[in-house]
Design a protein around this ligand. Sequence first.
Ligand code: ADP
Ligand code: MG
Length: 679
Amino acid sequence: MGKHLAPEAKKTETKKPRAERVVQIPVRPYVRKGPSRRAGEADAPGRDMLNKTLDRTFSTSDLILGALSLFLLILAWFLPTTGLIRLLSFLLPFLLAGYSYLYEAFQEAFLGIVLGRELIVSLASLMAFCGGSSFSGAAVMVFMKLCDLALAFTESLHNEKVEALYALRPESASLVRDGVPSAVPAGELQIGDVIELAPGDVVPADGVVISGASSLDASALTGGSHCFPVAAGSAAVSGCRNLTASLRIRVERTQDDSVSAALIRSAENSWMHRSPQELLLGRVLSYVSPALVVLALLFALIPSVITGEWRSYLVRAAILLTVSQSFSVVQSIKLCYDCAAACAAAKGVLFKGHDVFEALSRAETMVFDKTGTVTEGIYRIKEVFPRGVSSDQLLFLAGAAELRSRHPIAKAIVSASGVYASDINVVDIRETPGRGVCAFLDGRSIYVGNAALMDEHGIAYASPSITGSVIHVAVDQHYIGHIVLEDALREGAFDALEELRIAGVSTGVLLTGDVHSSARKIASVLNFDMVKAELSPEEKCKSVEYLMTNRNVNTTLAFVGDGVCDTEALRLATVGVAFACFDKPEAIEVCDAAILGGDIKTLPRAYRIAGRAARSAFENAVVCAAVKLAVLIFGAAGVFSLGFAVLLQTAAVLLEALNALRVLYYEDKDFSLRKEKNK
Ligand code: ADP
Ligand code: MG
């Protein structure tokens, strides 16, 4: 497995002893499921072609240079000059636009990079000059400059959007050494360090609150208003702003392995998992580009010798050389995904590669987990049914057993029981995902969980008299009653699912470990066709597997879960979408896309962004292929001049850059507004 969110190079400086360091079980870094590169991808032909990046950044001086050379080119075209003066007037824009390319071409020639972009284009330009078409020779360079400017400009706007996210990653942190806080670079924080966070500070790395009580604002991270209270024991997620009082936090992940870093990396699109189309394109181009260069050279030689019209064929060969250049198409497609990643990250959605956009856009079926996904995941106790003990005793024992569990049911029981970790000595807590917990307190074993847990331990239990999620409690095999809880639907869940259905996604399957009655209630409100309840995490996986094998070819299956008891299903589905997971790093680790916040309307948004990205990338590929093919045919036939050929190709690149920008600023209209319009 590749380490997806790993920093490029960790500082190897020897660690100074620091106060309040505690021994920690090392946490796994965030990884992307499957090999970080698909088998053979690294060596696949065309990979080099995909990995080339624009090494020019957008600058005003470059823009002025590009505009000036274009102006001089047009001026030279209209000036009524002839002979040497005309040649010189075209040489000026040629040199202005192309001096850096010529320099790089020399370097490439020196290093033996015969298919180098700059070398090929410079060759095409010089061939045009030799063929007597000085306008075309200059135009090749000027238009190449304009193409690069367009791509660099798009890239700079993408970078601007990414830089806005850097606010989530403060540069310094207040490290507590011997009880005294002192400023250190946040990138140097280590697991176990204790940091102090004043009101207004941003949490620099994922950790857990060890003292203080305050509120954290996660809106910059999740892309929607999101404040919540924290106290000792609460998770402190990097990128959240501390609002009211000072907190002490124990670091549980280094800054580079923290959630905010994951989001920033996704916006920068540094995962570089390519979409299948890109891989295919890279493979095709790796054969087509050199073939075109060879064809161009043959074109320059053979017909020239036969017909004697070497000037005309030299220019036509130059056209073929310009067609052989695929850099801008690869870049324009990559930019579509980069822009989509930045657009999604600004909304708190993390995509782990180009292939995820593509796969999500092809999702035919979305399978949903219930608790914490379509429901709030915040349980409320409806009623307590004790047997031979008081309600308070039942809640106390259940709360004590549930103290360490992060399940939403456990949280509700613990808060109703009033039990604090410091009050009691619970040992050997064993949690069975999808069933419940078993814990030992003062020599007694306490079982808290669903009917399956009771069956597993051979404990007879009573049937509930009201509907809801039923949690049975037993002490040393003696049944002492049950607690009935209920969870509320997420606000906007109905609209979000309807919107996905309108977009053509089948959202008919609900999987849950909860009881049938609760599941059916939710399913009927949200119009699910199929509900599978009382599932263990393994059974959830089997259901996902079954649906995956029975889906239509060319479509994908997405599983949307909150990462509690469903991480395996997230890993298994073609697209695992972790939802409301900003404080669940283990879910972010295994998923393909993560929606950090809990606003379910972000799900159709993410789906639309994925669709927009995949469509734009496809459109760019089609535009480029059509233009290149037309230029190839009509250029070789002598219908298109070289000047027109490069003008056409430049227009295509400008169009492609604009198309990528459309993705960057893709602002979807609110579904409710659209519904109102349709009325
Ligand atoms: P869902 O599939 O709806 O997200 P889960 O798989 O998280 O639900 O849990 C399924 C069921 O397992 C719960 O409804 C509950 O009955 C039981 N369960 C899981 N964890 C616990 C726990 N810590 N305490 C009590 N019951 C639990
Ligand atoms: Mg769940």
